[in-house]
Design a binder for this molecule. Structure first.
Ligand code: IMP
Ligand code: MG
Length: 168
């Protein structure tokens, strides 16, 4: 495993993102909707850096079936999804790859009556995007490699690593 982003780099960057989010929403209540399972760890760290009235909600989206880069159809599970009607929503995912997951979820939140929808990602992979979507908050831009750790998995392994590494 080759370390791409260290634990310290992640911690520093998440702090900055939290401060940006806090400043942008100016004391208004925020609902963070995190995409399971990959965003679990960044969610836990990020929300503790945001001094706003905050709700957390989860939904599950999966498009990968274990193989590294074959994107299939998006499977959505909204059983833990919140009532977002009239609320300012920040969608949070671990990584922006093709952009399909977040683009689909942005539409979904709007359909469900969110007042505003923004997006945050820990990582954004260069040269992979198929859908136009500019994330409002982005931790790191990374090269086109398959990464694991800090929530990101390969076939459900490696999520617990405290750093982001490139799988060889
Ligand atoms: P998108 O819909 O193509 O943007 O895919 C985003 C989802 O693909 C993320 O939520 C991840 O679960 C998964 N994904 C994309 N690239 C990687 C990677 O390098 N490592 C682990 N998961 C990835
Ligand atoms: Mg994911």
């Amino acid at each position: 495993m080759q370390v791409l982003i260290t634990e310290e780099q992640i911690r520093d960057r998440v702090k900055v993102l939290g401060a940006q989010i806090e400043a942008d929403y100016q004391g208004k209540p925020l609902t963070i909707v995190a995409v399971l399972t990959g965003s679990l760890i960044v969610l836990a760290d990020l929300i503790r850096q945001i001094g706003l009235p905050l709700r957390v909600a989860l939904l599950q989206a999966s498009s990968y079936t274990g193989a590294t880069t074959t994107a299939g159809a998006l499977i959505l599970n909204e059983s833990f999804a919140p009532d977002v009607a009239g609320r300012d929503v920040l969608l949070l995912d671990d990584i922006l790859d093709t952009g399909r997951t977040l683009a689909t979820l942005v539409d979904r939140m709007r359909d469900r009556g969110a007042r505003s929808v923004r997006t945050a990602v820990l990582l954004r992979k260069l040269g992979r995007q198929e859908v136009h979507l500019e994330p409002d908050y982005c931790g790191f831009t990374i090269p086109d490699a398959f990464v694991v750790g800090y929530g990101l998995d390969y076939d459900d392994d490696y999520r617990h690593l405290p750093y982001i590494g490139v799988l060889e």
